[in-house]
Every structure is written in C-alpha cells, then in structure tokens.
Design a protein around this ligand. Structure first.
Ligand code: SF4
Length: 448
C-alpha cells in the first residue's frame, strides 16, 4: 500500500544533510510519496527503508509477462476507474481450440487466429493468445495440440486441462512459449508450480471461493513462485462481475497482495447473446485474460474496439504523426485540407476525402492529439500555428496550388491563416467530416 510522506520520513535518517537535493528529510519524503524522487538519491537510506519502500512501490497488481520475451504484459494496474489515471495493460484475448475438434477444423482455426488483424485508428490489433482446451481425457492429443498451436501461431497459450499430469507434459512440450497453465488447485499446486517454474510459464490458481484463493496464492508465493493469475470459480454473470470487482478492490484499496494478480476467465457459451456480455464484463471489469470459445471475427472486432477505447490513456490520446499526408494520388495541383493529429479525427477526415472521389493533401500539424475544437480552444490549432507548421515542412515546396481547406468549426481562424500564409486562399470546409463529400463535389468537381 502507498505510504504517506510522514510514514516515509520515519524511515529516513532525519539528519537533513541535503545530499539528496532536498532541504530536509521531510521534503524528500514528500517527494518520494508523490513518486517525484527515487530513494537511491539518499546515500544514507537504511536497508530497512529500502525494503519497506521497495515493497510499497510495487504495483498493487503484479506485472506478469507472457510470450517468449514476456512481451505480452498483464497487470500493474493502480486504479479502479480509468478516469482516476489510466489502465495500464489491456485484457488479453484468447481463442479456444479443443482436442476433440477434427484436425482440419483445428488447423483452420489456428490459421485464422494467426492471420486475424483488425485495423483501428492506425493500430493493428491481433489475437493475443490461444487456449488449448483438453476435454477428451487423452493427454497425448492434448500435448500434440499444444505443440501445434504454438508452432502455427507463435502466440502464448492458455493450457487448460483438469488433468495435472497432462498439463505437466504440455508445459514441457511448449517450453519457451511463456504460456499459462490452468489451473492449480490446493491438490495440484505443488506439481504445477514445479512444471511452470521448470519451463518458464505462469500459473493460474483456482479455488472454490475468494478466501481459498487468498490462502492458495499466499502459500505459493511463500514457497517462492509468484507468476500467478487468479481464476475465479463463479456461476453467473452477476457473480463474475461482483467477484472481479471485489478482488480488484481488495488488491488496490486494502493492500491484499494475495489477490494482487491479473485474472484468467473462460467464456464458454457459444451463444453470442451470452458470450458477448460475459466478455465485455471481463474487459470492462479488470480481466487479465479473457478466453473466447470460438474464432468469431464479429465478436473479436467488437471486443477489440471496446478494449482499445477503455485502455487508451485518457491523458494521451492516440495520435498520428504530424506531417503532410497524401490521400489518394495527389499532384502538386491538388488542394490541401487541414485537420488535427488526433487519430480518430485524422482517419475520419482522410476517409471522407477518399470517399469524395478526389485526391488531395492532408496537412496535419502537431496538436497533442486533440480534436479540432479542443485544439483550437487550447491554442494548438490557430492560424499562426498551422502556418508555422506549413513553413516547417516546406508546404509551398511540395504543393503548387495555393488552396487550404480548414474545418468549419474553426472558421474564425481563416483570416489569421491567410495573413500568416500570404498568397493562399483559405476555404472554410463543413463542420462535420461527413459533409466533406458534398463540399468537395460543389467546390472542386464543379470547377473541374
Ligand atoms: S540525503 Fe537522506 S539524510 Fe540527507 S536530507 Fe536527504 S533524505 Fe535526509
């Protein structure tokens, strides 16, 4: 749990020697509490201070890295609500294959998982993981499927099997994949911890209730293994929602380290009306990994879009690079449209220009990822700033035609812009990008 400045000060030498750059130990303690300084700046900090402050600075939800280079990150969350700061690592989405599926179906599903890409506001979104579900009671088939899933997709796996011996064999077969074994119970934890540790995997832990889960994770951590995920044993969507919230609140607000791990949840219903709200609940309410029962591009696109919205840092909107973009195949005589570098705005405007049937240039100055009106209100999208950017990138050297189209919402900057860019005709476009097509047809196609 986070310590206050006064609590930290009690751990410092209290000599006020100033070597850390602060005038007093209390001032330094306040900076440490606000995470504006590091304890290493104090050369006299005791081992006890380092131990206590080190533990206090750990994120309340442990970071778990999956995949060969631990590239798929989970956990490290610090807030219950996105608007308090930001969510850190998004819910990983996995798709299931079963050892009872016909081989041709399995092969096709694995290829679909591997090849699926959803493009949203300039980001390429992929399926993060594959869940290999052993349901046949046949360890050989389960191990073979785990190997196949890893070889085809090269994505970390969720190895799901009630048979601990089969899990141990599969863990060895996909050593180096940085997967998750699901799941250890009080009875199987010793053998599965050993397998996870030996082959570089994480371990999901399951118990009939939260108290049992707390005891089990604490026991495993004390035994020296801490790459854990929580698998809640719930029986209804309401219970799932409640349990997810209780566990995360306990970790964040009550300092319950035994529940401070990402979670793993299985959505087993193939009915979209049941599967969709269950998966949405996981994404919205703290899910670490959400396993979907089948490969369904329609469901994936909905969930990935929701996830992108929730896990975008509200303090850092998704941005595109400030520069002059070609829409279609513009020539030096094509007109220049202007918009901000907020990704959503950029993609909507460029799409609408493309739909209008002409090729054009799109000038996108640095606006810190704000939308048009917000950037204008913040002074980041003014006549002077657009003109300055146009000069910086030598717009006049790249474009012969001197026509700039600005968004209708900032019609008031047209005079300033014309003053700052002598020789340019500034046209006021429509306020809404959806009206660009008719604007283009009236202004440019009619003239042509
Ligand atoms: S260096 Fe350490 S002992 Fe000296 S003022 Fe800073 S916190 Fe206090």
């Amino acid at each position: 749990m986070a310590l206050s400045g006064l609590q930290i000060q009690k751990l410092l030498p209290k000599t006020n020697c100033k070597e850390c750059g602060s005038n007093t130990c209390l001032a330094f303690a306040m900076k440490l509490a606000a995470k504006q300084a590091d304890l290493s700046l104090c050369p006299y900090a005791s081992d006890e201070a380092k131990r206590v402050l080190g533990a206090a600075s750990e994120p309340p939800v442990k970071a778990i890295g999956l995949g060969p280079q631990a590239a798929l990150k989970l956990g490290e969350e610090t807030v219950l609500y996105r608007h308090e700061k930001t969510f850190v690592h998004q819910t990983a989405l996995a798709v299931s294959v079963r050892d009872t599926d016909p081989p041709a179906v399995t092969e096709q599903t694995l290829r679909q998982i591997r090849d699926y890409v959803l493009e949203r506001v300039g980001e390429r979104l992929l399926v993060d993981m594959v869940c290999v579900h052993g349901t046949a009671g046949n360890a050989d088939a389960f191990v073979a499927l785990a190997k196949q899933a890893w070889e085809v997709t090269q994505r970390p796996l969720v190895l799901r099997n009630a048979d601990a011996a089969a899990l141990v064999r599969a863990a060895a077969a996909v050593k180096g994949s940085g997967s998750v074994l699901a799941a250890a119970t009080a009875e199987t934890q010793a053998v599965l911890v050993a397998a996870a540790q030996a082959h570089g995997h994480a371990l999901a832990v399951s118990a009939p209730d939260l108290n049992g889960l707390v005891q089990l994770t604490a026991q495993i951590k004390q035994a020296g293994f801490n790459e854990l995920l929580l698998q809640f044993d719930t029986h209804s969507p309401a219970e799932r929602f409640q349990t997810n919230a209780i566990a995360r609140r306990a970790a964040l607000k009550d300092g319950c380290k035994a529940l401070g791990y990402p979670s793993l949840a299985f959505v087993d219903s193939t009915d979209p009306l049941a599967a969709t709200p269950a998966a949405v609940t996981e994404i919205a309410k703290y899910g670490g990994i959400c396993v979907l029962p089948v490969f369904d591009p329609a469901l994936l696109s909905v969930l990935m879009t929701l996830r992108l919205n929730l896990y975008t840092d509200p303090q850092k909107p998704i941005q595109v690079e400030p520069k002059l973009y070609a829409v279609g195949e513009p020539t030096p005589d094509s007109p220049v449209f202007v918009t901000t570098n907020f990704s959503l705005t950029y993609f909507i405007v460029s799409g609408e220009i493309e739909n209008s049937g002409i090729s054009a240039w799109l000038l996108v100055p640095e606006c810190e990822g704000m939308s048009v009106l917000t950037a204008w209100a913040a002074g980041k999208f003014s006549g002077a700033s657009i003109a300055k950017f146009a000069k910086q990138i030598d717009l006049e050297g790249q474009v012969r035609r001197r026509t700039l189209v600005i968004p209708g919402y900032v019609a008031q900057i047209s005079g300033d812009l014309e003053e700052c860019l002598p020789g340019w005709e500034v046209l006021v476009g429509p306020p809404e990008a959806g009206d660009l097509e008719s604007f283009v047809k009236a202004r440019f196609m009619a003239r042509a």
